[in-house]
Design a protein around this ligand. Structure first.
Ligand SMILES: *Cc1c(COP(=O)(O)O)cnc(C)c1O
Length: 379
């Protein structure tokens, strides 16, 4: 490849992620109509790879692709998978599971909003209690695997087992864990998972996908239809019969994602997960040295997002520190732990422990530049 190197930014925000130049340049292709067989072949192969990444058998699971950001999957699953006169139980412990609740509210879908502390993982026993009481009503259990707002990881395998014990479909928002933390559809008791190309796969924005149990998608044919553009069955059927997405696909993002999947297989599931964990360790080494406190106990964390508490220092101004780091190629991100003054550092993307070392040096310089005490002070 003879393209020039692109200026490299280290994105520590929760997606889109830092991408490789090979993925960026994979978008530069001759113009093509996406209704051509050549393009359809790329999409079919990609759909199969997306299922294989979560160890799904192609006989049992299928990938349904959408043009849109990750929230389109939440919309599609929630609006398409709840049968008439049934409810969806949403185990809600953060901003992203709350989004599932919001979709229900917007579409007037019967739901149970089971709220729990956003700083702790979901408790499967509490979910079981609700299912026991509402056996005949609840048809779908929904939760988020890794709550990106806090960095809390939820025990989906245990929750999935309970959902299945009560005959429910298990739907999980894995947008912030897919292709980062190993996931296995069967072993983890999952029927539907979802993700977006710009997160774990380190590709471009605009392509999202639901990986789901094919029989269950077929069964949803007879469920109430609540959306036209994001009906799961309609999109599934079109892809199955025509080998194309129903409406215009994000052509260039699909080329980028084809390359990103190639790079995913090269790095390997475990190699990639180990790299994410090594970034988390490197960030903590730096934060500990600079005296920062974090919010979520380490044993509850996904190791993909760290919520850092602002120091009690009048000179600490997140925007100034953000801008200082941004100007030097590092993007940090505001927090989302209720009203607590926090910011987030994430370990997504094509980045390495040396990038984190460089970032910590930059962060320390920024703090000193603005007169923030190092090590940080907390009252
Ligand atoms: C990023 C993300 C989404 C999707 O957000 P978009 O802004 O629509 O891409 C959904 N769920 C989780 C857990 C996420 O991290």
């Amino acid at each position: 490849m003879n393209y020039p190197k692109v200026k490299r930014n280290v994105l520590l925000n929760p997606g889109p992620a830092t991408t490789t130049d090979t993925v960026k340049y994979a978008q530069v292709v001759p113009d093509i109509c996406p209704r051509e067989k050549e393009f359809g072949d790329i999409m079919r192969k990609m759909g199969e790879d997306l299922v294989k990444i979560v160890h799904g058998s192609l006989d049992k699971y299928t990938a349904v692709l959408f043009t849109g950001s990750g929230t389109i999957n939440i919309d599609a699953c929630v609006n398409s998978l709840v049968p008439a006169n049934k409810k969806i139980l949403i185990a809600n412990n953060g901003a992203y599971s709350a989004r599932g609740v919001e979709v229900c509210e917007y579409m007037h879908i019967d739901h149970i909003n089971l709220e729990s502390s956003i700083t702790e993982p979901l408790d499967p026993a509490k979910i079981e209690e609700v299912l026991k009481k509402n056996k005949d009503d609840v048809a779908v259990v929904y939760c988020c695997h890794h709550e990106t707002g806090t960095g809390v990881l939820n025990p989906i395998r245990e929750i999935g087992a309970i959902a299945h014990k009560y005959g429910c479909t298990m739907v999980v928002d894995t947008t912030a864990s897919y292709a980062m933390i190993p996931i296995d559809m069967e072993k983890d008791n999952l029927d539907f998972v979802m993700a977006s190309a710009q997160k774990g796969l380190m590709s471009m924005t605009g392509l999202s996908y639901v990986i789901g149990n094919t029989e269950m998608i077929e069964a949803s044919k007879n469920y109430p239809t609540r959306s036209y553009y994001t009906n799961l069955y309609m999109q599934y059927k079109f892809i199955k019969e025509k080998g194309e997405m129903h409406f215009t696909p994000p052509v260039q993002t699909i080329y980028a994602t084809e390359q990103a999947i190639k790079e995913y297989w090269e790095e390997g599931e475990i190699g990639k997960w180990n790299r994410h964990q090594s970034l988390w360790t490197a960030i903590y080494e730096g934060l500990d040295r600079l005296g920062f406190k974090t919010i979520i106990p380490r044993e509850y964390q996904s190791k993909l997002v760290i919520s850092v508490l602002y120091p009690d220092d009048d000179n600490f101004d997140f925007v100034k520190i953000h801008d200082y780091c941004y100007d030097r190629g590092f993007t940090i991100y505001p927090g989302k732990v209720s009203d607590l003054p926090t910011f987030r550092l994430c370990t997504l993307g094509a980045i390495f422990p040396d990038d984190i070392k460089d970032f910590i040096v930059c962060l320390e310089e920024g703090l000193k530049h603005y007169g923030v005490k190092v090590p940080c002070v907390y009252k």
